[in-house]
Design a protein. Sequence first.
Lengths: 120, 262
Amino acid sequence: MYAILLFLLLTSNCFADVFVVYNPTTKEVDSLSSIDDAVVPQGFDKKVIKGNVEDYYSQADAKDFKFNDNKLTLNAKKITDRALAKEDRENKKSADRRSAIDKLKTLGLKDAEIDALLGR
Amino acid sequence: MLRIILALLMLTGIANAEWDANIPLTGDNLTDFPTDNQENLDRLELVLREYPKGITISYSSASTLVASTGGVVCSDSGGTTKKFRGNTSTTNITFSDIDTGAEASSTTYYVYATCDAVATTASFKVSTSSSAPSGITSYKRIGSFINDSSSNITASSITNDSQWIGHTFGTASSKSVNSAYQATTDGIVYGYNYCDNTGTLTIYSDANASPSTTIGIAACSSSTTSLYIPYSYPVKKGNYYKVSSSGTNVYGSSVNFMPMGS
């Protein structure tokens, strides 16, 4: 009896609904929700699958998933591309800062003055 | 003959269960006064026996609500006539009780107890009007719900007007950036913007499925790097909300909706 109750307790989330709004052509997900409250954009479809929506959001945003054969899978390329783009922007920003510091030094500014100007 | 007429008037008065604020009447004599007074007491009894519980609505199925037992005081639009009703058994409410027109999807409906019929119990109407059901003289709004895009009653959207005070927050759930949602209850949309430079989240909410009214902004400034900017804004039940990101400097963000529960 206790084993059954424990099983039901552990698996109760599996019986919740996840409302998936996705593009049927690209399979890219637009929205995940635990209730039927999402607006379905034109050209998109809505499907209901079993699961806990918070399990997906704990991994990534809804738009980082693909919906194939009634299953949600992470779009690893999209996540990697975004991380690389962020890294590129941060590297460029650091390079611009170093360049600015060098130029300011040639103008005769001291380190403290450059820090005051650019911020640390 | 006079007694028969008087008896008929008394019965009609009780059956109508209409409170008469003018009792005792100026023309009452020692015989009329206790009779008139008793009529009002009988009407009052209908409500008092059910109090402190008013009639409330709850979910039964995708197409049916249940009105509980309880008391209700209906009124006309001018508030001049009060009618008391005491329901001692539950009543199913469906879209056959709609006041006018046909059932519509993605619509907020209001539930009214109605007291036009000569009875000691209230009937019910479903209406898109938040102020008065069409074709009804004596009524009391008792709650509301959302009929979703599939024309199913959304259980979590059911609100009882009389139980608003004392409501607590329900369970928050995650939503997606750049997608629109309809609030099934009053609630708070909240989250954070993980951004730098001009990375901006704009929070929109209004009655349109593609909301365009800005209710808030969570933005980084040009000199900031990888900051978390929190936001939280109230959203009205039935309205749509959307959190949109702009620029390439939003690296990650969260959207959550915390409903008002019961």
